[in-house]
Design a protein around this ligand. Structure first.
Ligand code: TNX
Length: 549
């Protein structure tokens, strides 16, 4: 009798503990792969609701961030306390400000054993990366208790700039989704969110000095349906738009900062400016026209969308960029500069007269003139500029960072001219391109950038290595143009899992990369994450590779 009871208890006990005591995932599954790690089962740390987070002053906000994530992921509600708090026999997670062992930017150490999990970092970003790795080593789902493995992880990124871009002009997304997107970036150890805020199809940022930008410029009367090459073109005849208030911007910038992410705003000039001239026709080459915010895509050389060089325009640019500089703590502001058609300037007598009066020899130089003016306004606010590679059509001072969306060629040229470069080539880093060749795949702009193309991308072209100019490559970024992404889950479908692959390109030493092992980790650890987040993703990534013609 006694024996049978015991047996029953032990069966029940196993069932209960299997249910409540989580199994920690393997250290071999971390994405992006860390620089070095060891794990043993020797002195696992028992984490439960009694565990306390002890945070140095520098990391109070990250302690709260970790607290929220632990609650979401494991349903563990932990207390936070100052670093010297006595916690008795309870285990603790220590967030330590350390500048000696964590001896480079964004580096962290994650060590555990006995009663302590310790994350050491010299800066907020490093602490956030340590937190992400820690969470990847915890079960996804409710636990009462978990045995956290004994680990020693030392980790830091390969590149200083690791970015994801999002176009909110072609389609706008709710603040909550932007936060989710920033959470995705933080999980993947990116450190820059490039926020493409303005374009021909809508101006999305409240500017106090020029209210019509959002009263008029944030709204279009109709949007193209289907692909822009379809004939005949079809439109939905529905008013579409919206914008972010300056309060919302501050909220997002702050949200990102806690997660170690810098927000780089882009105000795209002097092309891609239809929303500006719809609001203020006096800044266009045809002030008497009734301009409308664009309702189709791809304006380059097809429709007039450029700013006219006149005193009112430059005053406008100075005021707007000063407001933007005050709103964003980022050291860099992106001023666009891409796809600026020259034909409207050629055709406009007033523009030609301005060029003559100012000794500007051609329209390429006029474009550079705009970039230089704005760089000057931003310099007054101690900001540096980033522009798309077309800003190199003229001569700029070498503090300007070139974001190269062309092939390796433009990146090499920029580095040869001693500009820092962020690689963002359409192939393979435009995530608005297709990731399959399945004719039934969801509509995308064109191209084919499957997962393996992203994973195998090397931001440093071999030629630059030979020229010993590789130090000019700051890193890379994927761009998410949203002409064909009308809602959040479409964005998720386009970025996952390619963004996960890019995170490893940017973080992990190429010698440690291995596509088969990446796919194993993706399936074991990251797809369940997407599901846990409730995020859409492209599922057929194993079927579609570069080998498919
Ligand atoms: C080119 S690349 C653009 C965007 C479009 C994108 C579509 C660049 C700086 N400009 O305006 O959305 O192609 O792929």
């Amino acid at each position: 009798m006694k024996k049978r009871w015991l047996a029953l208890f032990s069966v029940l006990g196993t069932v209960i503990s299997l249910h409540c005591r989580g199994q920690a995932p393997s250290v071999n599954n971390i994405v992006p792969k860390p620089v070095s790690y060891t794990a043993t089962d020797e002195r696992p740390v028992t984490l439960s609701r009694h565990t306390v987070i002890l945070a140095d002053d520098e990391y109070k906000a990250q302690a709260e961030y970790l607290q929220g994530l632990l609650l979401d992921q494991c349903d563990l509600a932990l207390a936070i306390a100052p670093p010297d708090t006595k916690v008795g026999r309870h285990s603790r997670i220590m967030l330590v400000h350390d500048t000696i062992e964590a001896n480079r930017p964004e580096m962290y150490w994650l060590e555990s054993g006995g009663p302590v999990v310790r994350i050491k970092a010299r800066d907020v970003a490093g602490m956030v990366h340590g937190i992400q790795t820690f969470l990847q080593l915890l079960p996804l789902g409710k636990v009462k208790e978990v045995k956290f493995p004994t680990v020693e992880i030392k980790d830091y990124p390969r590149f200083a700039y690791r970015g994801m871009h999002l176009d909110v002009s072609r389609h706008i997304f709710p603040v909550d989704f932007l936060k989710k997107y920033i959470d995705y970036l933080a999980f993947h150890k990116f450190n820059n969110f490039h926020w493409h805020l303005t374009d021909d199809q809508g101006w999305r940022l409240e500017i106090k000095s020029y209210p019509k930008l959002t009263q008029v410029g944030a709204w279009r009367n109709s949007t193209l349906i289907g692909h822009f090459k379809d004939t005949p073109a079809r439109y939905d005849s529905t008013r579409y738009g919206g914008f972010y208030t300056q309060d919302q911007v501050r909220e997002i910038v702050q949200y990102a900062a806690v997660r170690g992410i810098n927000v780089i705003p882009e105000i795209d000039i002097p092309g891609h400016s239809r929303a500006i001239i719809a609001s203020y026709p006096e800044f266009s080459t045809k002030p008497d026209s009734a301009w409308q915010v664009a309702n189709t895509w791809g304006m380059y050389n097809r429709q007039n969308n450029v700013l006219a060089p006149n005193p009112a325009t430059f005053k406008f640019l100075e005021t707007v960029f000063h407001e933007v500089a005050d709103l964003f703590p980022s050291e860099y502001i992106h001023l666009g500069g891409d796809e600026c058609s020259k034909m409207w300037w050629k055709a406009d007598p007033k523009t030609q007269a301005f060029m003559k009066a100012n000794g500007i020899k051609d329209e390429k130089e006029l474009q550079t003139y705009f970039i230089k003016q704005v760089s000057g306004y931003l310099a007054q606010k101690n900001k540096k500029v980033i522009g798309w590679h077309e800003i190199l059509e003229g001569n700029l001072d070498t503090t300007a960072v070139v974001m190269n969306w062309g092939g390796a060629k433009q990146g090499i040229e920029a580095a040869q001219r001693r500009h820092p470069v962020i690689m963002s080539p359409g192939n393979p880093l435009y995530f608005d391109n297709y990731q399959s060749k399945d004719p039934k795949d969801s509509l995308a702009i064109h191209g084919y950038n499957p997962l393996d193309a992203v994973y195998h991308f090397n931001p440093v072209p071999a030629e630059l290595q030979q020229l010993k100019l590789d130090r000019y490559i700051l890193g890379a970024q994927a761009n998410v143009w949203t002409e064909y992404m009308g809602y959040p889950s479409k964005v998720e479908y386009m970025v996952f899992p390619r963004m996960t692959a890019l995170s490893e390109v940017l973080w992990t030493d190429p010698k440690q990369k291995d596509f088969a092992d990446f796919k194993r980790r993706l399936k074991a650890a990251i797809l369940p994450r997407y599901t846990f987040w409730g995020s859409a993703y492209f599922k057929d990534f194993e079927r579609w590779t570069l080998a498919d013609k």
